[in-house]
Every structure is written in C-alpha cells, then in structure tokens.
Design a protein around this ligand. Structure first.
Ligand code: NAD
Length: 350
C-alpha cells in the first residue's frame, strides 16, 4: 500500500483534489491518502500557510498530490519556512509562494508537463504530443527582489551549471524511459548572454554526450511563435524556470486550456504532482472546475509508483467520458459540474 500526502489547497483545489482522490480509489489503486492542509485554511487555523505537518507528512511518504495554492499579486507577501532543507541546511528561509517553497524545500528540481490532444476536446490542433521539462529551482524564481528606490525595482536571475546539468540529465533519462528522442532547448541567450548562455551551453554539452538524442535549440520568443503555428513539430522542450512556466500555459492553450493540463515535480527521492492551473478564484466553490488536469496529475503519480494498470484504467474511463461528451464541464463545451464529471468517470471504472 502506498501512502500519499494529499494537499487540497485553495480555490478550486479542494474540489479537484476530491475528484482525483475518488477516481484513484475507484480504479482500485493500492494507495492511501494522508491529508494535510496548506494555504489559506492553514493560515487561518494554524497561523502559517505552510505548516510543519506538510513537511512531516511528505518526509514520510515522499509523494504528494497537491491542489493549487493562492498567492497574492504584488506586495511583500513571503512564505516563511524554518526547517532543515533538502541538503540538511537549517535555518529560516522565505519564498514568494507556497508552491515555490515546497518545490525548493523538497529539492524538486524538475517539472514535467505533458501536453497532448485528447479526443473530443475542441482545440486548434489535433496532433499535439509534447513533454515540457522546466527547471524548477533557479532563474528569476529564486525570488530575490528589491526596490532600489521608489521608482526602480530589481530582481536577480540565477542559473547554475549544476542545476542545468541536473535538469537536462533528468529530461534525457525521462525521454529514454518513455521512448522520446528530440529535445528542444528554449532560451534567450542572444540577450541574456551569461545566464541563458550558461543554460544553453550546459544543456547542449550534456546533449552532445548522449548521441542517441537529437538536441536542438530555439530562442524562446521564436519558439512561442512556432508552437502556436506548428505544435505537432515538437517532441520535448527544456526550459529555464520562468519561460517553462509561461510556455506550459501557452501549450495548455493549444490542447483545450488549463483544465486539461497535468504536471509533476521531481527530486532525487521525492515527487509532487499538481495541475498546471492555479486556484481559479473566479469559479471556486461553484462546482464548475474541470477536474481533468488534477485527475491526469494523479495518473502521472500512479505511473510513478508502479500502479500503471490503475493509471491505464483511469485514462480509458476519462477518454470514454470525453468521447461521449455528455458529462463534461463548461470549459470543454458541456454543462456538467465537477462532481457530475467525476461521477461519470467513476461509473466507467466500476
Ligand atoms: P488560474 O490558473 O487559477 O486561472 C486562469 C483561468 O483559467 C481562470 O479563468 C480560471 O477560471 C481558468 N481555470 C483554471 N483552472 C481551471 C479548471 N480546472 N477548470 C476550468 N477553468 C480553469 O490562474 P490565475 O488566475 O493567474 O491564478 C490564480 C491564483 O492561483 C493565484 O493566486 C496564483 O498565484 C495561483 N497559482 C497557483 C499555482 C500552484 O499552486 N501551483 C499555479 C498557478 C497559479
């Protein structure tokens, strides 16, 4: 029996994680969920958005399924953590958001976001099948910013050879396991010659040592243009943190929107699965959210823990519900709520 930490999160998080949990259990996977709270509810009840109980649970289980957590735009909001980090370094650290705090504290250096067209989901393209690898711990997301004076703000971008080597090796190993061969590096090394220059050269050097793969590169703006014109021409993408974040949402938009885009964060001995989307405050608590992205994140989790048959069953049930088109949420052109779509998938699993 695998124990999994479940973090419902904020906004639509509790609705979509409940859906994923129901579907995973209905598929007969050998898992038990251990629920811990983070986000606004934790802030209210425990005085901190990211309580120690979250880390205690993940330290035990090494696997988490996480709903989105809310972060205020602007201002000086920081998430404070006091514990030994993944490298054993003790002390108090602060981060720009809960999601970033978790990824950094748990050493989850690689984010993987598969993007593919699903049957019966209206989208502009019908043959997209991409995997996006995003470096998850460096770049502008280290969150070092300051006001230089009242009219000037500054942020620091950090790229390291070690961090880039680690995520590139991870990407190529992942590709070998799933039978993919071409990796396109996205960068802006024409302008950011040192930071993105280091990312590009390091990733290319690793690529040269693995001749079984084709490794090419694109300037990230040109990559975005090519993606919206010919997304089917790409196989796998490797991007630094910020471009990876932006291009993931862009790619989700190519295949039906944020409601269908799953994701995972991997470290050396720990993994956290979460949808690409955020808390969607505009639709939270209304039984409108599409649970598919979170369910597909749980499918990635099941494959990671060796529960591939349950993962296959869930994908087949979801595909059947999409093809029938009756019990799908509004973003997919239907009228069903989160609960009704989940119930339809569970029904197919019986
Ligand atoms: P968002 O992803 O929450 O929403 C963007 C748009 O997509 C909204 O119109 C929303 O209704 C729609 N949408 C998102 N998920 C959907 C779903 N499952 N079904 C149907 N429609 C869906 O992005 P945002 O509005 O920029 O961010 C809201 C909050 O979420 C912010 O506080 C942000 O910091 C947070 N966020 C958290 C994470 C995370 O925890 N990993 C990731 C992204 C954003």
């Amino acid at each position: 029996m695998h124990r999994i930490t479940l973090i419902p999160g904020d906004g639509i998080g509790p609705e979509v994680t409940r859906a994923a949990r129901e579907v995973v259990l209905a598929a007969g996977a050998a898992v038990e969920f251990e629920e811990v709270i983070a986000g606004q509810r934790a802030e209210k009840e425990l005085g901190t958005p990211l309580p120690r109980s979250v880390f205690d649970s993940i330290d035990r289980t090494k696997i988490a399924l996480k709903g989105p957590t809310q972060t205020p735009f602007g201002g000086d909001y920081r998430v404070a953590i006091e514990r030994a980090d993944a490298t054993g370094r003790a002390g108090k650290r602060t981060y720009p958001s809960i999601a970033i705090a978790l990824r950094r504290e748990l050493g989850l250096f690689a984010s993987v976001r598969p993007v593919k067209t699903y049957p019966a989901i209206a989208s502009r393209f019908d043959k997209v099948d991409l995997v996006i690898f995003r470096e998850n711990s460096e770049d502008l997301y280290v969150g070092i910013e300051r006001m230089v004076d009242e009219g000037t703000a500054e942020a620091i971008k950090i790229i390291t050879k070690r961090g880039t080597e680690r995520v590139t090796r991870f990407a190529l190993d992942y590709m070998r396991r799933v039978g993919r061969r071409r990796l396109t590096i996205g960068h802006k090394a024409n302008v950011l010659k040192m930071t993105d220059g280091l990312f590009l050269k390091t990733a290319q050097d690793i690529g040269k040592s693995r001749p079984e793969f084709t490794v090419d590169q694109r300037v990230v703006d040109a990559l975005c243009m090519e993606l919206v014109m010919h997304p089917e021409a790409f196989d796998c993408l490797l991007l630094p943190n910020l471009y990876g974040d932006i291009v993931s949402d862009l790619a989700a938009g190519l295949v039906g929107g944020l409601g269908v885009a799953p994701g995972a964060n991997f470290g050396a001995d720990c993994a956290m699965f979460e949808a690409v989307h955020g808390t969607a405050p505009d639709i939270a608590g209304k039984d409108i959210a599409n649970p598919m992205a979170m369910i597909l994140s749980a499918v990635m989790l099941l494959r990671y823990i060796g529960e591939a048959p349950a993962a296959d069953r869930i994908e087949a049930a979801l595909t059947a519900v999409l093809r029938e088109g009756r019990a799908v949420t509004r973003d997919l052109g239907g009228e069903a709520g989160t609960r009704a779509m989940t119930a339809a998938i569970v029904e197919k699993l019986k």
